[in-house]
Design a protein around this ligand. Structure first.
Ligand SMILES: Nc1ncnc2c1ncn2[C@@H]1O[C@H](COP(=O)(O)OP(=O)(O)OP(=O)(O)O)[C@@H](O)[C@H]1O
Ligand SMILES: [Mg+2]
Length: 388
C-alpha cells in the first residue's frame, strides 16, 4: 500500500496543510522540535493504534494558549486493494471518529486493518537494551497483527495467569486451596502451549528475513541470530505441554510461597546475537539500532506475505549513530517499500538516490524543490503558521 496524500489540521504543532509523498523513500528533515515526528505520528494513527509516543488522544489536538483546539482532523488518500481509498480520522475531546470512503464510522478503531504500517522510533531500542518483556511484546504485537486469532489465545492465557496468581496469593491464608490450582494449571497449559508454538513458528519465519536484512545493513560484515526455544527447545504440542506441566508442578510450592507463577511463556525471552555475542550485553549503539531495524523490517515483510499488502515503513530518528554505509542501505536499498524517514541533517537527503524530501520548520511542511537530490528550501523562506 502507498500513502498518496496526507492532510492535517489542528494536529499538534503542524500548520494546516497536506503532503504528497512519493512511492519509495520520503525523508522528512528539519531542526529539533519543528514537527517531524508529529508528521510521522499523523500517518501512524491511521493504523488505529495509539500514539507510539504514549501520548493520550486528548493531548493530540493543537494546544493554543494552553488549551486544546476543538478537534484534530487528519485525512489520507491511500492506494490499497488495487484502488485509491479515502480515510479520515478526527480526534475530539479524547475520542476518535473516522470516515472510510465517505462512510462515517463512530469509532477510530474502524480503521484497523485498512492501513498497515511498521514503526521504528528511538523507544524501540529498548527492545534490545532492556529485559525480556520488551522482546515478548514485540513477538506478541507482530503476531496479533499477522494472526488476529492469536490475540484471543494470548488474552485467555493472561486471564488464566492472573487468576492463578490471585489464588497463589490466597494460599498462605487458606492452604486447602492448593488443590484447586489444577484447574488453572490446565488452562495455562492449554493456552500457553499455543502461545509458545505460535511464537516459535513466527521466529522461524522471522530469522532468515531479519538475518538477510541485517547483512544488507552491515554490508555482509556481521551475522545475527534469533533464538526462541522455551522448555529446552520442545517443538511438538505434546512435548511443550508435557514440559510446561512438569515445570508448573516442580515450581508449585515455591510459587505458593512467592505468590506468583514463576514458569511459563510470560517469562520467555527471545535471544538476539551479533557475531555470536549477546546483542543486549555486547552490541554497540549502531549494532543495536541495526538489529532492531532488521527485526522491524522483517516483521513488515512477514505482514506483506500474509496480507498481500506491503506495510508502510515509518522510521523516526533512525539515522543518528549509523555510519554512511548503513544510512545508504536505508535510503537506497529498501526497494519496493514506501518509507518515511525523519532526520535532522539535510545532508541525508542528498545521499538519497531517488525519493522525495520534505522540510519541516515551525510546523510548516514543504516538499523539497528537487525530487532527486533533495534540494533544501531556501533558509530565508519564512513559514506562516506560527505568526497566525
Ligand atoms: N498538542 C500540541 N499542541 C501544540 N504543540 C505541540 C503539541 N504536541 C507537541 N507539540 C510541539 O511539537 C513540537 C515538535 O515536536 P516533534 O516531536 O515533532 O519535533 P521533531 O521535529 O521530531 O524534533 P526532534 O528532531 O527533536 O525529534 C514540540 O515543540 C512540541 O512542543
Ligand atoms: Mg522527532
Amino acid at each position: 500500500m502507498n500513502v498518496l496524500r496526507l492532510g492535517f489540521e489542528n494536529f499538534r504543532n503542524l500548520c494546516p496543510g497536506e503532503i504528497f509523498p512519493g512511492e519509495t523513500i520520503n525523508v522528512i528533515h528539519g531542526s529539533n522540535a519543528q514537527g517531524k515526528t508529529n508528521l510521522l505520528e499523523a500517518i501512524w494513527l491511521f493504523t488505529g493504534g495509539h500514539s507510539f509516543r504514549g501520548t493520550k488522544d486528548s493531548e493530540l489536538p493543537v494546544l493554543k494558549d494552553g488549551k486544546n483546539a476543538p478537534a484534530a482532523s487528519l485525512s489520507m488518500t491511500l492506494f490499497t486493494e488495487g484502488r485509491e481509498q479515502e480515510l479520515r480520522l478526527e480526534l475530539r475531546d479524547g475520542r476518535r471518529s473516522s470516515v472510510i470512503n465517505g462512510v462515517e464510522k463512530k469509532t477510530g478503531s474502524a480503521l484497523v486493518g485498512k492501513f498497515c504500517a511498521v514503526i521504528f522510533s528511538p523507544e524501540h531500542l529498548l527492545l534490545v537494551k532492556e529485559g525480556p518483556s520488551r522482546r515478548r511484546a514485540f513477538l506478541d504485537g507482530a503476531l496479533c497483527q499477522s494472526r488476529p486469532a492469536f490475540t484471543r489465545v494470548l488474552a485467555h492465557y493472561n486471564k488464566a495467569l492472573m487468576q492463578r496468581n490471585a489464588l497463589l496469593k490466597d494460599i498462605p491464608r487458606h492452604p486447602e486451596l492448593i488443590d484447586t490450582l489444577d484447574v488453572w494449571d490446565e488452562r495455562l497449559i492449554l493456552f500457553g502451549t499455543e502461545v509458545v508454538q505460535e511464537r516459535a513458528a513466527f521466529c522461524k519465519d522471522l530469522e532468515p528475513r531479519a538475518a538477510e536484512i541485517y547483512r544488507g545493513i552491515a554490508k555482509n560484515r556481521e551475522e545475527i541470530t534469533l533464538s526462541y526455544a522455551p522448555f529446552g527447545g520442545a517443538e511438538t504440542k505434546t512435548e511443550i505441554a508435557e514440559r510446561f506441566s512438569e515445570a508448573l508442578k516442580n515450581a508449585r510450592n515455591a510459587d505458593a510461597r512467592a505468590g506468583f507463577t514463576s514458569v511459563g511463556p510470560h517469562r520467555d525471552d527471545l535471544t538476539l546475537t551479533i557475531d555470536g555475542l549477546s546483542a543486549r550485553t555486547f552490541g554497540s549503539q549502531g549494532q543495536q539500532r541495526s538489529i532492531v531495524l532488521a527485526l522491524k523490517l522483517a516483521e513488515a515483510d512477514i505482514l506483506y506475505r500474509k496480507t498481500g499488502e506491503r506495510p508502510v515503513i515509518l522510521l523516526d530518528d533512525v539515522m543518528s549513530e549509523l555510519d554512511m554505509s548503513r544510512r545508504d542501505y536505508l535510503l537506497n536499498h529498501l526497494d519496493g517499500r514506501q518509507v518515511f524517514i525523519t532526520c535532522c541533517d539535510p545532508e541525508t537527503v542528498r545521499l538519497m538516490e531517488t525519493g522525495r524530501g520534505f522540510y519541516v520548520e515551525k510546523g510548516t511542511v514543504r516538499q523539497d524543490t528537487d525530487e532527486k537530490a533533495g534540494e533544501v528550501h531556501a533558509e530565508n523562506e519564512t513559514p506562516t503558521c506560527e505568526s497566525e
